[in-house]
Design a protein around this ligand. Structure first.
Ligand SMILES: [Ca+2]
Length: 593
């Protein structure tokens, strides 16, 4: 959370768009409707929609705790305009080729917001958007493996997820800020970037003192349950802070016959784990929760993570279907002519399709990618079936009318793109995730949102949906996207995102990398290796086949994006790359080309 005492510094581009910076980095924008010399402005600050503020006058603020009902507050506090100060950052990347007209402004708004925040009860909204929330998280589910998605395999069937999208909001541009299981899960649960929550790989547990959004729900007397894969701390399945009910397993778990730690007691179950977890969730919804309390259920499936073991009833469901492979799969000169060296090299690693999961003895031939693709799809099918079972339970119990249901994947997954298999990097099929939100009662027709929503937005979105203000210790990096569920857009929503990934001793083929992705461009900086950076034009080259980093016409843009990336990373404290004691198994086998 932004500290009330910070100074917001803004700068203006020729389009009238401001970015602002504070002590923790960039936080959306401040949009000036009138030139700053008139000292009038409106904008967004800490979930507060600021009306017109004029120096030395009374300000009227509206708190957007619920888009349905905005609570009006009035605060008497003069707005002091202080001295101008140059900001070195380039303007919003939405207009990367604009004529930058720097006209910085320093505005002290913090005390005003602090005055307004004081005296508010822990739960701010009298009528929250949703009485209850069910958040469903899947593992490694690609953004386009939904049969309602235009890029899905034409034979894939996900009728229940399709229905969820038909009755809800489909976020067509949902991303994770780190495409790796544990870091992304930690970002979802904390609302923070990896460099703040410090869960930097899949090996290490969550640092002591980490605050999950479920703890804020508990403090507001909302009953919380966690069912399924936690995977932050490989060997620990014990109940974690913030959850009244707990049913989870160690590390990655298994596809069948899971042993679950249920509220501190281990029990062995038989059957397909996706089915077992749904049964655990529906039993809690029907029988075990406190009937008269509001609730939030976090249901976290192991599927569809490697090794892609479908339910026996779906084992061969898609085996004979033709696969439309991406054009970047081929080991061709054209595919790698402009790419950084590490991209081609990764083809021969455990996360490349010319090697793939062969283990320490380098079994040859490599696994059958066609078979893996079909099994992945069959796992998605089983996952979809279980989402349908959960939704049927909500309908049968009448809870669907009071419950916001969110479905999301924890990271993307390459199935041949760039010669890759797995995730971790900043290419689109790694960082994109499926994200669907069905408001209570459902929508009469599907709504598609193009704005970027990130994993770090989930915690603030759920808290706002339930009318709960984040604890001051929460330190969210993300913002609530609740307004999107009401058909509007939060003010000054982001036009770019940051991405970070730290090299792993266990899987050394993918370097540490930092990226800035705008609506159109993606700049990727590689750290610690002798290699070129990357710049892709996602509009003319959506499959990121042509790296523009060496093209003269793009040098100015590349320099601007590089500058913006590192200024934002530095402002957010993201430049301290951690070195960890090696742990676990090192899977660095490389198949020579
Ligand atoms: Ca994952």
């Amino acid at each position: 959370m932004i500290k009330p005492s910070v100074v917001i510094a803004s700068q203006l581009c020729s389009h009238g768009h401001y970015t602002h910076v504070n002590s923790r980095g960039f936080r959306g924008g401040v949009f000036l409707e009138k030139p700053p010399e008139k000292q009038e402005f409106s904008g967004h600050l800490f979930n507060w929609t600021v009306g017109t503020l004029t120096a030395g006058t009374t300000a009227k603020l509206q708190h957007a705790a619920s888009p349905r009902k905005l609570a009006s507050l009035t605060a008497s506090r003069s707005i002091a305009r202080t001295q101008a100060s140059r900001m070195p950052s380039p303007c919003s990347s939405r207009c990367p080729s604009h004529q930058l007209r720097r006209q910085p402004l320093l505005v002290a708004l913090g005390l005003l917001a602090l005055l307004c925040l004081r005296g508010q009860p822990p739960t701010a909204a009298a009528e929250p958007f949703a009485k209850n929330v069910v958040f469903i998280l899947s593992d490694d589910h690609r953004y386009d493996f939904l049969s309602c998605h235009p890029a899905a395999p034409q034979w894939l069937e996900t009728p229940h997820l399709d229905r969820l999208a038909a009755e809800g909001v489909h976020f067509a541009n949902a991303f994770v800020t780190t495409s790796l299981c544990s870091p992304s899960r930690a970002s979802i649960l904390t609302g923070q970037y990896m460099h703040h929550h410090r869960v930097v790989d899949n090996q290490r547990p969550v640092p002591a003192g980490t605050r999950f959004f479920a703890q804020d729900l508990q403090a507001a007397e909302i009953e919380t349950a966690f069912v399924g894969k936690w995977h932050m701390g490989h060997d620990d399945d014990s109940p974690r802070p913030g959850f009244d009910h707990w049913a989870s397993f160690r590390g990655q778990g298994t596809y069948t016959d899971p042993e679950l730690n249920i509220n501190g007691t281990r029990q062995q179950f038989t059957g397909y784990t996706t089915d077992v977890l749904t049964e655990q969730a529906t039993r809690w919804l029907r029988e075990e929760r406190t009937a008269d309390k509001r609730f939030c259920l976090f249901l976290s499936y192991k599927a569809v993570h490697y090794p892609f073991e479908p339910a026996p009833r779906h084992q061969h469901r898609y085996d004979d279907e033709a696969i439309d492979w991406p054009e970047t799969r081929g080991r061709t000169e054209r595919n790698y002519r402009t790419q950084p060296n590490w991209v081609r090299e990764r083809r021969y690693s455990i996360h490349g399709i010319d090697h793939m999961e062969t283990g320490p003895f380098d079994k040859d031939p490599v696994p059958d990618l066609d078979a893996l693709y079909h099994r992945y799809a069959a796992c998605v099918h089983g996952l979809d079936e279980n989402v349908g079972r959960l939704m049927a339970t909500l309908q049968e119990t009448g809870l669907a009318d009071d419950t916001l249901v969110i479905y999301m994947g924890d990271n993307g997954f390459h199935l041949g793109e760039h010669g890759f298999y797995d995730k971790r990097d900043a290419f689109e099929t790694s960082i994109r995730v499926p994200l669907i939100a069905r408001p209570p009662g459902g929508l009469p027709e599907s709504r598609r949102v193009e704005a970027m929503l990130l994993n770090i937005d989930i915690a603030p979105t759920i808290l706002e949906a339930m009318g709960v203000r984040p604890d001051p210790r929460a330190g969210h990096d993300g913002r609530s996207g609740l307004a999107f569920l009401s058909g509007s857009e939060p003010p000054a929503w982001r036009d770019h995102m940051l991405y970070e990934y730290h090299w792993e001793w266990n899987f050394p083929a993918t370097p540490t990398l930092f990226a800035l992705r705008t609506d159109r461009y993606k700049f990727v900086s590689h750290h610690g290796i002798w290699d070129i950076d990357a710049l892709y034009d996602l509009e003319t080259d959506p499959h990121e086949r042509h790296n523009l980093i060496s093209v003269p016409a793009f040098q100015e843009l590349a320099a601007e994006l590089r500058s913006q990336l590192f200024e934002e990373l530095e402002a957010s404290g993201a430049l301290e790359v951690p070195v960890r004691v090696p742990a676990g198994e090192r899977l660095d086998q490389r198949k020579l080309p």
